[in-house]
Design a protein around this ligand. Structure first.
Ligand code: GLA
Length: 725
């Protein structure tokens, strides 16, 4: 049994980790431990300081050293003397906000729990166990069920929360975070991933300051600006040594991660739906389901932590026919044509792509409605026959005839004011009565909380997918959301809307991905603006960034790799000078960088020289050979591009016999030694470097390293393939 409940202590054991909690003498659930296995009850580390201005619960009587404000709590609530950032906050019928949560009961179940209406980690019945702990408010009938999923083999614990109102009067939820943890000891640093459009997931490692630090989004999506993932590492933790833990929220809407260093140097961390634009009314008998947080920890550094997240997301989050199978190498016309295309242009791009070995043609924005620029057409998901004379079917047939699959772009959640949809249903766009809505990229957002809207989207999109031989869908979303208001809710409950939007989105995605399991869905939001584990439940890959510049991409992909598996990272070779940065890098460098993902091209290959075309054909062949290693192998970050003059990464096959090292040296330096790189994850025994015939021991390659060829020029890529002898 992975879950044990003895003497009021709950121990959740995975292959290498232990998660422990204890119900104390007052029924308060204390967090005891998350880390390496100790074979011990860790409650001996609990301390009870008599801290000034930390009050005591009434039952403690004259005992001044029992305070909720100093306890390492499992799930801290508001208003009862714990002054740290709460995981939950409610308003009762009488206007009061206190919630005094005490243990009521628990249950251990086989298998992994599911969450109503939300994506969640799944596992076979014999791969997981579930622990449900029910806490109850001392004065009302408000119940908080803490859910724990233990996926032992993966070293993962999942967490979620259900709040239930068993009382007669309504309760308003102001904040329900999915995860909270108090860590009394340690010297911690926090890694979060910030950025902007065309520059997502820049890893930033910062010390904790006293007070609350936050990474969050209020944009209605998980956002380019922050990502709903975080690491806490002990100071000095590296890629290969030291303790760290990671949290990934499986949610695609506004989120909030809060990290607090308190007066006793304890850390509290919470994560969940952003509380600012959230409220939820629970009437008698109703429950609220919070999204899931995936947790893992490692005492062998951040690399091991990342590999655990890659494993769980690839094997227990992603779904569908393409979950584990190889992904088609695709060509996308966006950067080749933008809106300016017709069927001839697309056929020409496709023909050249087919000749070079590409598997799939993806037709991006502009094929539908009246869509010659980004000012019109969104919502009209029927083909624009002025552009694609002969219709979509004819084009798809021609592409199929060339031996390629066909894929199509949609931006389902959006509407242009200049569209048939908007003219017919102006009230389907999100806007607050009496106010002008904010426009972004000229477009408005559809009210995904309105079932009429999601039904329309289901009908129109599924019609296109049913009537044409489409094998891939790019699901885009190109703005942040504000002006929250839905006519489907009474005015007093409008703060439910942001979450109801996400529920509507997930329902539609579930319906479409369920009905078209053979279609590869790729998520997108202006590149990687909605790159989260929630979307990965529906789309096994996500367009990583609208920045296709190979140099910049090494930073974006470095940050993305901390949590998300390499197969999830859509990455393409594009034209030079690069459209986002104006930088020119060689076709080799662009190929090497794009290969660390689900690979494709984003340019008109007809513009390339003959040598470049040959290089493209070679890249496609190489990628197809390496794809199983890249997607199923263990991933190692061998450098930190923010600190070093290079980005280097490595894939090691699960049996340790094959190794692929790839990288880019940013700037050439004169008069210097060749660069040495230490490999990781190798076994004992001999490895041969393919092409050079050099043979070294795994130990030598990991401790001594290997020398790169002499670097000449900037942003020069390299690649080694090693095989165990
Ligand atoms: C977003 C996507 C791009 C492209 C355009 C089309 O920016 O990230 O890849 O699809 O939209 O408008």
């Amino acid at each position: 049994m992975a879950i044990k409940a003895e003497n009021n202590v709950f121990s959740l054991e995975t292959a290498h980790t232990l998660y422990q909690m204890k119900v104390d003498m007052f029924g308060v659930l204390n967090h005891l431990w998350y880390g390496a296995k100790t074979d011990c009850c860790m409650d001996y580390l609990l301390d009870y300081p008599d801290l000034g201005f930390s009050g005591n619960i009434y039952e403690a009587g004259d005992n001044r050293s029992y305070s909720l404000n100093t306890r390492p709590l499992e799930y801290g609530a508001e208003g009862v003397g714990d002054f740290r950032v709460p995981a939950i906050s409610v308003t009762h019928e009488d206007g009061s906000t206190a919630l005094d949560l005490r243990f009521q009961s628990y249950e251990i179940k086989r298998g992994k729990y599911k969450i109503q209406g939300l994506p969640a980690v799944y596992a076979k019945e014999d791969q997981a166990e579930t622990l449900e702990i029910i806490l109850k408010d001392t004065a009302t009938e408000t119940l908080v069920t803490l859910l724990y999923g233990v996926i032992s083999e993966a070293d993962v614990i999942t967490r979620s929360v259900i709040v239930t109102n068993q009382g007669k009067t309504p309760v308003i939820l102001n904040k329900v975070h999915s995860f909270a943890m108090d860590i009394p000891y340690g010297d911690w640093e926090w890694i979060h991933f910030h950025g902007r459009h065309v520059m997502e997931r820049q890893a930033e490692r910062v010390p904790l300051i006293h007070g609350i630090q936050e990474s969050s989004s209020t944009r209605g999506t998980s956002s380019h600006q922050q990502n709903p993932t975080a690491l806490l590492c002990e100071k000095g933790c590296t890629e290969t040594t030291g303790f760290c833990m990671g949290m990934a929220l499986m949610y695609s809407g506004s989120f909030q991660t809060q990290v607090q260093l308190d007066e006793l140097e304890q850390v509290r961390m919470t994560m969940g739906i952003h509380a600012d634009n959230f409220a939820w009314t629970l009437k008698e008998g109703e429950s609220f389901y919070a999204p899931e947080v995936i947790l893992s920890c490692s005492d062998e550094g951040m690399g091991e932590l990342s590999r655990r997240f890659h494993h769980i997301i690839r094997n227990h989050v992603c779904r569908g026919q393409y979950q584990l199978s190889s992904r088609p190498v695709l060509i996308n016309n966006w950067e080749a044509t933008y809106f300016d295309f017709n069927e001839e242009k697309i056929e020409k791009i496709a023909r050249q792509a087919a000749e070079l070995g590409i598997d799939m043609m993806v037709l991006d924005d502009g094929w539908f409605g009246k869509r010659d620029s980004d000012t019109s057409g969104l919502g009209d998901w029927f083909v624009n026959e002025e552009k694609l004379r002969g219709g979509l079917n004819t084009l798809v047939e021609k592409i199929n005839h060339m031996g390629m699959k066909f894929g199509l772009w949609f931006e389902p959640e959006m509407v242009s004011e200049d569209s048939e949809l908007y003219r017919t249903h102006p009230d389907w766009a999100i806007r607050i009565p009496g106010r002008n809505p904010s426009r972004s990229r000229y477009q408005l957002v559809l009210d995904m909380a309105n079932p009429e809207v999601t039904e329309y989207l289901y009908e129109t999109i599924s019609k296109v997918l049913r009537e044409n031989h489409i094998e891939y869908v790019k699901w885009d979303m190109n703005r942040s959301i504000c002006d929250w208001y839905t006519k489907t809710l009474p005015d007093s409950r409008q703060k439910e809307m942001p979450h109801r939007y996400v529920l509507g989105l997930y329902e539609l995605l579930e319906r479409l991905t369920g009905e078209f399991p053979h279609i590869l869905f790729e998520g997108c939001s202006g590149g990687g603006g909605r790159f989260d584990a929630g979307m990965l439940y529906y789309c096994p890959q996500i367009w990583c960034s609208d920045d296709t510049d190979a140099h910049e991409r090494t930073f974006i992909q470095y940050g993305t790799s901390f949590f998300y598996p390499i197969s999830a990272v859509g990455s393409h070779v594009s034209a030079v000078p690069n459209h986002q940065t104006g930088r020119s890098t060689s076709i080799e460098t662009r190929g090497t960088v794009a290969m660390a993902g689900s690979f494709g091209y984003e340019l008109d290959l007809n513009i390339l020289s003959e040598e470049e075309k040959q290089e493209v054909a070679k890249q496609i062949k190489t990628y197809k050979e390496y794809q199983p290693l890249i997607h199923n192998g263990f991933y190692y970050r061998l450098s930190n591009p923010h600190k070093e003059n290079m980005a280097v990464w490595e894939f090691v096959s699960q049996d340790g016999k094959e190794v692929l090292v790839q990288g880019v040296v940013f700037r050439a330096k004169p008069n210097t030694l060749r660069i040495r790189i230490r490999l990781a994850g190798l076994e004992e025994g001999m490895y041969e470097v393919l092409g050079t015939g050099e043979v070294y021991t795994g130990k030598a390659l990991m401790t001594g390293g290997i020398l790169l060829p002499k670097v000449s020029g900037d942003d020069v890529s390299f690649e080694f393939y090693l095989k165990k002898k």
